[in-house]
Design a protein. Structure first.
Length: 68
């Protein structure tokens, strides 16, 4: 599948039952956001800036229902 240039895909990893490692706060927050977007059938518009002199880049966060 061709998705174009500068496409970032974030995929959350799950811990196995044998692992005692718990997910960090960022992973929990991203999971909660993805779940809310999925339940509301919504998207989130985001703005990314590398540093204060660079131009902002706009993006969109969408949950992938195929992974549910």
């Amino acid at each position: 599948m061709y998705v174009g240039h500068s496409v970032l895909v974030f995929v959350g990893s799950t811990t196995s039952g044998a692992s005692s490692e718990s997910p960090g706060p960022a992973a929990i927050g991203l999971t909660a956001l993805a779940q809310a977007l999925f339940e509301l059938d919504g998207v989130a518009l985001v703005r990314r800036v590398y540093n204060r002199v660079s131009a902002p880049r706009l993006g969109v966060l969408t949950p992938d229902s195929a992974l549910q």
